[in-house]
Design a protein around this ligand. Structure first.
Ligand SMILES: *Cc1c(COP(=O)(O)O)cnc(C)c1O
Length: 368
């Protein structure tokens, strides 16, 4: 733990290692592990996370967009990188950086075949994405004939994996739907079985899928949120460790009388004498206005203090009445000792959104 002098996001690589081993312990020994490091590794620091995961022997990485993968290559990451949602305009760069596209529609398949031909590729590794119920990206089961026809005699591409994504893997009331997706995915793999010279890997599960549907592991799983310490399941969250802890310091303390107001639009009115603290981070750092007016809390010396009034761009104010603390003291916004999942719930959102929203203005400190 470091003692912050300003707003920092502390990134604990030991916690990452712990979470990786925990998730691996839920897998069959031969199941490969893909670490999802999109969106700056869920708002943390993609390069440090990817280097650590590479050192731990992870099998694959995934990012959402080409540029995210190119940054990892620039920093010397050599593990295969799946680009989940590439846009055809970026295919030359994607090929140039040895990134592996998810091909999810006839349009994208055609565009990638042309790009691969233009750059004289043979057996370029690609991944086919099938839609089994999320209805977001992917070929449909009845596209199998089209896909087969396009790939037949296509020397430029080599399909290294076939995958799909669950719509509600974290929702215990959706067991039947998830099972149907597993069945649909299995049916698609069977329909394509005979077209491969080398059988590609099959993969379906994200973090909650790993925890709730072990029968859907196939050859590989794709985990993001679990690696960062959250699982969408409070009982599992206890066994994981938060990788990112957002910390800051108290800039200034004010004592205010009853009827005084705090912040823009005078959104908070003190009901009596109050001690309040101003913190050096705001919505431009990723703590949205939604967390204002007591929907969010921070931790100061082990006690919860509500955010009062409107969150400003660069600052926010908290009520520290009754909490022993002084200017310069450490404040935890989320992370160790203050679960991002619980903080996010106060604003009716999920840990994913809070974590990935932390802006690049916040200094990242790596604890190795
Ligand atoms: C983001 C993403 C994941 C990771 O999901 P988690 O819930 O964070 O484990 C896996 N697969 C796909 C296709 C994704 O977009």
């Amino acid at each position: 733990m470091s003692d912050p002098k300003e707003t920092i996001l502390e990134i604990d690589l030991g916690a990452l290692e712990h979470n990786y081993h925990f998730l691996k312990s839920r897998l069959n020994p031969n199941t490969k592990f893909l670490a999802v490091v999109k969106a700056f590794a869920y708002g943390s620091e993609a390069i440090a996370i990817a280097k650590k995961m590479e050192a731990l022997g992870v099998d694959y990485f995934a990012v959402a967009y080409t540029k995210e993968g190119a940054i990892l290559r620039d920093q010397g990451i050599t593990t295969p990188i799946l680009v989940l949602h590439p846009q055809p305009v970026n295919f030359p760069e994607l090929i140039d950086r040895c990134l592996e596209p998810s091909l999810y529609s006839a349009r994208v398949l055609k565009a990638f075949m042309e790009a691969a031909k233009d750059s004289h590729q043979t057996d370029y590794p690609v991944h086919l994405k099938f839609n089994t119920g999320l209805n977001r990206l992917g070929f449909w089961e009845n596209d199998v004939a089209h896909v087969t026809a396009r790939l037949k005699d296509c020397k430029e591409l080599k399909v290294v994996s076939l995958f799909s994504h669950l719509a509600a893997s974290d929702d215990v009331t959706e067991g039947a739907f998830n099972k149907r997706q597993i069945e649909r995915f299995t049916a698609i793999t069977k329909k394509l079985e005979n077209i491969w010279e080398h059988k590609p890997m099959y993969h379906l599960l994200n973090t909650s899928g790993i925890l709730n549907y072990p029968e859907g592991q196939f050859d590989m799983v794709r985990s993001g949120i679990g690696l960062y310490g959250y699982s969408n399941d409070p009982s599992i969250d206890k066994k994981l460790k938060a990788v990112g802890t957002l910390k800051t310091v108290i800039s200034q303390i004010h004592n205010i009388a009853a009827e005084e107001t705090v912040g823009y639009n005078r959104a908070y009115t003190a009901p009596g004498f109050r001690k309040i603290a101003t913190l050096p981070l705001g919505h431009a750092d990723g703590i949205g206005r939604i967390y204002g007016n007591a929907r969010g809390t921070v931790m100061i010396n082990g006690k919860q203090a509500p955010i009062i009034g409107n969150v400003c761009m660069d600052m926010l104010m908290v009520d520290i009445t009754g909490i022993p603390c002084q200017e310069g003291d450490e404040v935890v916004l989320f992370g160790k000792g203050h679960s991002a999942e619980e903080v996010a719930a106060g604003a009716s959102t999920i840990s994913y959104e809070l974590l990935t929203g932390i802006s690049q203005r916040v200094k990242r400190i790596i604890l190795s």
